[in-house]
Design a binder for this molecule. Structure first.
Ligand code: GLY
Ligand code: MN
Ligand code: MN
Length: 429
């Protein structure tokens, strides 16, 4: 792995918490993700299943974790299955985890080869009353139409053991994963710090007529050089009106003098993510109108982020943010106060210029798991208000990542320049 090995105490702790929520005499089975293939013999890459990673730290394909805490025999209580290497794999792909390395990474004493999974499961299956299986329960999941390794495990297990009870592992992990531990906070901070350095490179490189993808290249160079795994998501480098398309990411346009560029980018380090957005002027100086819009969004970020604190209900937070943005849209002359006063509350006028949510959990997933329960210490949220004015070719969003504390929150991305004067100074030095 490129990243420094994570202390296995994190995964031991995570398994303890997970096991404490399992029903009596049940077995949990978590699988890795598939490697995604291109058309012929190349692969798009591998992203580990986050629940498996959370419980084991194993970052290798074809891995399975089995937990059976109430097993009579101690050797059945936790087994990690990993892929057995051979001469062919060694020659073409290089090293795979040895059993000893898998133990070192995960803290699990018993490691077996994945080809023996079915045989070993059989030894304990009939002693147990039920299975916990992993599944993608993300509210915005995009795996609905694609069969995943988890889907195949569910189908196989139900066919093989039809009379057992079945339970959802994701219901447990989504509760646990919302509260970050010290080790996880440090990893997200590391991802955020790499993002800060990437943004500073962008500020130095930006000039009129540069292509958006050239700025993307600065981010990519920086994160690879820093030992990060990948972009947290395909970065958005959107100049001028491109910034009004919320998920624009072709990044193939030229940055015109006088335009503003929206950069929404994140770093994935050791499978933990940052997610930040900044807007910069192509020329190094914001126009008066860009300054007005930027100042409004920055005001909403500063005010809105203070609402991210223990006890706040997510839906109320979003309502408060909408009120903040609405007031700024009136100030900017985009909405009329009298029209707002008599608007249909089901179709508020601000939605024309501000059409997305402004806070999501961040962690192993960029849009991390979790029902939006009341905000608690240890959660990490983004705050990302925006104003998009298609008719003026201006799209502005600003996004930071906040760790919730007993007292309020800490901005993990505070070192990323955001004040207009600071951005202009850095672009013109
Ligand atoms: N980049 C995705 C988001 O900001 O939520
Ligand atoms: Mn975000
Ligand atoms: Mn973002």
């Amino acid at each position: 792995m490129r990243y420094n090995q994570i202390p296995n105490s994190l995964f031991i702790k995570n398994r303890k918490r997970f096991i404490s929520k399992m029903k009596h005499n049940t077995i949990a089975i978590l699988t890795s993700n598939d490697v995604k293939h291109n058309n012929a013999d190349d692969v798009m890459g591998f992203t580990q299943n986050n629940d498996l990673f959370y419980l084991s730290g194993i970052d290798q394909e074809e891995s399975i974790l089995v937990l059976y805490p109430d097993a009579i025999k101690e050797e059945h209580r936790a087994i990690l299955f990993v892929k057995e290497t051979n001469e062919h794999i060694k020659i073409w792909d290089g090293e795979k985890l040895t059993k000893a390395q898998a133990t070192e990474v995960s803290g699990i004493e018993r490691v077996e080869w994945v080809n023996d999974f079915e045989t070993y499961l059989q030894y304990m299956a009939f002693e147990a009353d039920g299975f916990y299986l992993g599944h993608n329960e993300h509210i915005k999941r995009v795996t609905r139409d694609q069969e995943t390794r988890q889907d195949r495990m569910i189908a196989w297990c139900k066919q093989k053991y039809p009379l057992h009870e079945y339970y959802r592992a994701a219901k447990i992990t989504r509760d646990l994963r919302q509260i970050k531990s010290e080790e996880e906070i440090a990893l997200i901070q590391k991802a955020a710090d790499i993002s800060v350095a990437g943004f500073k490179r962008v500020l130095e490189a930006c000039k009129p007529h540069i292509y958006e993808y050239e700025l993307e290249a600065e981010l990519t160079y920086n994160l690879v050089k820093s030992g990060a795994t990948r972009h947290a998501f395909k970065p958005i480098v959107a100049s001028g009106a491109n910034a009004c398309a919320l998920h624009y990411n072709t990044n193939d346009d030229v940055c015109k003098d006088g335009d503003m560029i929206l950069l929404d980018f994140g770093v994935c380090y050791a499978n933990y993510n940052s997610d930040t957005t900044r807007c910069i002027p192509v020329s190094g100086r914001f126009s008066d109108r860009q300054k007005q819009v930027y100042t409004s969004v920055l005001h909403c970020l500063k005010e809105g982020s203070q609402l991210l604190k223990p006890g706040m209900v997510h839906a109320d937070y979003e309502k408060n943010m909408a009120v903040l943005i609405e007031a700024e849209l009136i100030k900017l002359g985009l909405l009329d106060a009298r029209d707002v006063a008599r608007q249909d509350p089901k179709q508020p006028l601000y939605k024309k210029y501000f059409m997305h949510g402004t806070a999501h959990h961040i962690g192993l997933d960029v849009h991390d798991v979790g029902p939006y329960r009341t905000i608690e210490p240890g959660m990490i949220f983004t705050c990302e208000p925006g104003i998009y004015i298609m008719e003026e070719g201006i799209g502005c969003r600003l996004e930071n990542d906040y760790l919730i504390t007993e007292e309020g929150n800490i901005n993990l991305t505070q070192d990323m320049p955001i004040e207009i004067e600071d951005i202009e100074a850095l672009m013109n030095n």
